[in-house]
Design a protein around this ligand. Structure first.
Ligand code: KG4
Ligand code: ZN
Length: 394
């Protein structure tokens, strides 16, 4: 089965075509086409992601991404469909809030006949709701035109699967599994006793880790997104062995649960800067102090979770899993403290948002897919969609 997947939850517009041979989780996958456009340049001048701007960019970029992914995939076609007037009106109705996108899509349908796609997977949340809606409605319109079922995918479940995907297969896991998900919007511990049974056992009470990286970067005068910038400076500070600039707290280490907090850490960075003009080395040292504190908290909390639930496999997922220092420290920690545990890190290309992970999550839930008509009336973008919602369905 060929899966067309769509991701528009934040500032990446992504479409892929992934072939799945067999059933989840033992299927063999092949990435046939993959198109991703990052809106980072657009949002950079605002210092963060602007939901209405993100939505507009998704609407302008989805058809080009679809074309790119389909062209790359070069799928067999099932004959040139004649678009009826009522199909045209259907697409216009589904995309009534995005008339520009509707026009682009109708033009696309005129020259592209129906490709061999068996399932459309689309991110329905969590994420920025206006951005999510564009992808969801786009998926609904494609489903109508091609008469293909649709599955609404949880973005965080996508991150979990991205971390256990080697480009062809999903890794065999030993349960119970713990996922540490760290992204721009989320920081949570998810326990799995079997595939698709998700239980949230801890989370941040305030800022997500990625959000903290981005906010601290802004305090340090670094561009958006802050994660990679802080990481780069911190690495420089370690290479030069620069002295500590500030002694930063490790919030909630003794809270007795698996919850975390990062906004106090960010405030501590603000106090450390005060009104001062930091030199380049001081900025780098402070970036490293912040990264040290964050990684320290994440690893100590992970250690507590591993002990508490007798965890056999550990997954690190979400955009912050691109952080080199976190990856290295977590690897070293596992080798030293939990040599029998298997650690799963995503390929760095799949760490941040992408649509391949959405195809994988869609395939995991393929049996719950809806007909185009059901999809149109019932799939909704949900900004706060929780990964634990996915557990009850299968
Ligand atoms: O998963 P993701 O791409 O989007 C969301 O679902 O939020 O995560 C984006 C977040 C941003 O906050 C970004 O600063 C952070 O991931 N990030 C990093 C790194 N690369 C991306 N944080 C720390 N170090 C990095 N190398
Ligand atoms: Zn993400």
């Amino acid at each position: 089965m060929n899966i067309l997947s769509i991701e528009t939850s934040c500032d990446e517009t992504a479409v892929s075509v992934v072939e799945a041979l067999g059933d989840f989780p033992t299927a063999k996958y092949e990435i046939l086409g993959n198109a991703l456009f990052s809106q980072i340049e657009t949002h950079r001048e605002y210092g963060g992601v602007f939901p209405t701007l993100a939505k507009r960019e998704h609407a302008a970029t989805l058809v080009p991404m679809l074309e790119k992914a389909l062209t790359e995939a070069d799928l067999p076609h099932t004959g040139n469909p004649v678009m009826t007037q009522s199909q045209k009106e259907e697409v216009q109705k589904i995309l009534e809030r995005e008339p520009g996108l509707a026009d682009q899509l109708l033009t696309f349908f005129e020259s592209y006949d129906t490709p061999d796609i068996g399932l459309i997977a689309v991110t329905a949340g969590p994420g920025l709701e206006p951005a999510l809606w564009v992808g969801v409605n786009f998926a609904k319109a494609l489903a109508q035109m091609w008469n293909v079922p649709v599955i609404a995918v949880n973005h965080m479940e996508g991150h979990v699967l991205a971390s256990v995907f080697d480009g062809q297969h999903i890794a065999q896991l030993s349960f119970p599994v713990l996922s540490l998900l760290v992204s721009g919007g989320h920081t949570e511990f998810i326990k799995m006793d079997s595939w698709k049974k998700y239980e949230k056992v801890g989370q941040t009470r305030d800022d997500a880790v990625g959000e903290a990286f981005d906010k601290v970067a802004r305090l340090l005068g670094l561009p958006y997104p802050g994660g990679p910038e802080i990481s780069r400076l911190a690495e420089y500070a370690r290479e030069k062995a620069l002295p500590n600039y500030a002694k930063l707290p490790r919030p909630m280490l003794d809270s007795g649960d698996l919850d975390m907090s990062f906004s106090g850490l960010k405030t501590a960075v603000r106090y450390a800067i005060a009104e001062k003009e930091l030199t380049e080395d001081e900025t780098a040292a402070l970036a490293r102090d912040f990264e040290d504190a964050t990684v320290d908290v994440l690893i100590k909390k992970t250690n507590a979770a591993i002990d508490q639930y007798n965890i056999q496999s550990l997954i690190l997922g979400g955009g912050v899993s691109a952080n080199k220092y976190l990856r290295e420290k977590l690897k070293a920690f596992c080798l030293l403290e939990h040599p029998d545990l298997t650690l799963h890190l995503p390929d760095t290309k799949l760490s941040t948002d992408n649509s391949i992970m959405i195809a994988l999550a869609g395939h995991a839930h393929a049996s719950e897919a809806l007909t185009p008509q059901e999809a149109e009336s019932s799939i909704r973008a949900e900004g706060n969609r929780s990964i634990t919602q996915e557990s009850s369905k299968s």
